[in-house]
Design a protein around this ligand. Structure first.
Ligand code: GDP
Ligand code: CO
Length: 398
């Protein structure tokens, strides 16, 4: 595939944030020696390189009571070489939706001859394994893994580590276009192939969000991202002393990381997770606070933002949901030790304008989880070893 070369890179401490790169060509044909002048403006990633990277990648699909047809479409779009890891928090009472997801995945794997894993977020075995591995932060008062998308992503990342993958990519289960899913994964691979550092993150940006029904939702959705980006950019600007608009993917649900980076970042709960990843990177490696990790500081942390060709269309969950997205995201910015007075005021103004908080209130501080390197992976693996087969979508087939 062909992608624009990064035209501009903003450097903040050890962090390198590349400006948005557009996809030029989804399929760039056979491998050929490129003329030198082409290489300057365009990044061609060969099919073999993409496949090699896909082989090292786990695609994590967090899901909670999504339409089965959408889920089915999403898994069909994940390239064959990737290991699919579904982490579900769907209901099991009344209608066992988890069972339905499992069956759908099994059938898919059976006919496509591929491997996939599916786990339920409330599986007591996983909770117990976390306890034994010394990572109880993820557990609630009832002893189970807490609700939330971030919490699901984290447990799935541990499974990806056990499966000895090098990269994780996230794709929401409510995507309407399997073609978009396919493109996201290729963008992840392409970003990884461009990286000079083993500590790398790729975030997806979409230009087109087609309108379906009334349009209001889409406008608002755009606004959530816009506001989050503006506040993160303000956070960076006040540290460098130069205004910047470099961050355009503050809320990107579709994103990917090397596990090297994934292991050392603190995460925020539920929907605050995506903006917090960026905030964590600036806190840990932006050069203002002490460096969070020596090797990563030395190599640098690289962020790519890639704009896809496929339009993005996902389930619309209503206005209430928009506020549920905005508030925690801005909360992480507001409560970051990097956050200055002006950015704090900007956050408050935005939240008040959206009626997301009342005049005299501050956004609450999102729950923060320590980096996953704290988990004793050996212990964790030992604890789920007997059960790992039961997570396989092809259980009993081989
Ligand atoms: P948006 O797309 O950012 O507006 O947020 P969504 O509500 O669509 O959530 C993104 C993805 O996370 C979807 O695939 C959801 O099904 C999934 N999700 C939401 N909550 C949870 C949860 O508690 N656990 C898991 N595992 N997935 C969740
Ligand atoms: Co969604």
């Amino acid at each position: 595939m062909r992608i624009e070369s990064p035209r501009y890179t903003e450097r903040v401490g050890s962090v390198r944030i590349n400006d948005v790169q557009k996809v030029l060509e989804l399929d760039s044909g056979r491998a050929k020696e490129l003329p030198r002048e082409e290489k300057i403006a365009v990044q061609k990633t060969e099919e073999d390189t993409i496949k090699d990277l896909e082989e090292k990648m786990a695609i994590i699909i967090p899901t909670k009571d999504e339409k089965l047809k959408l889920f089915e479409g999403v898994i069909s779009g994940v390239p064959h070489e990737c290991l699919i890891i579904v982490v579900s928090n769907s209901q099991r009472k009344r209608v066992d939706r988890f069972r339905m997801e499992r069956d759908t995945l099994s059938q898919f794997c059976h006919f496509t001859r591929r491997q996939a894993l599916i786990i339920h977020q409330k599986d007591p075995i996983l909770a117990e394994a976390l306890r034994e591995a010394g990572y109880t932060e993820l557990l609630g008062e009832d002893g189970q893994i807490r609700d939330g998308k971030a919490e699901g992503m984290m447990i799935a990342m541990l499974i990806a580590m056990i499966a000895k993958k090098n990269y994780v990519g996230f794709i929401d289960a409510d995507n309407y276009f399997p073609g978009a899913v396919w493109e996201y994964v290729r963008c992840y691979a392409s970003g990884f192939s461009m990286a000079k550092s083993p500590y790398v993150m790729v975030r997806i940006l979409w230009r087109y969000k087609p309108k379906i029904s009334t349009g209001m939702y889409f406008k608002k959705w755009g606004r959530v991202s816009e506001i989050t980006n503006r506040c993160i950019n303000s956070l960076i600007s006040t540290k460098t002393g130069f205004e910047t608009e470099i961050i355009k993917t503050g809320n990107a649900g579709e994103h990917a990381m090397s596990l090297g980076l994934a292991k050392i970042l603190p995460y925020a709960s539920s929907y605050a997770v995506e903006p917090q990843e960026l905030v964590s990177i600036f806190e840990g490696f932006g050069g203002v606070l002490p460096m969070a990790h020596q090797a990563a500081a030395k190599h640098g942390v690289e962020i790519f933002q890639i704009e896809t060709r496929n339009p993005h269309l996902h389930e619309e969950k209503g206005e209430q949901h928009q506020q549920e997205m905005l508030l925690p995201g801005l909360g992480v910015i507001y409560h970051s030790p990097l956050c200055d007075k002006d950015t704090k005021q900007m956050v408050l103004d935005e939240l008040r304008q959206q009626n997301a908080i009342s005049q005299d209130k501050e956004p609450s501080k999102p729950r923060l989880y320590p980096p996953l390197k704290k988990v004793d992976l050996q212990q964790f693996t030992k604890a789920i070893k007997e059960h790992i087969d039961s997570y396989s979508a092809l259980e009993g087939e081989q």
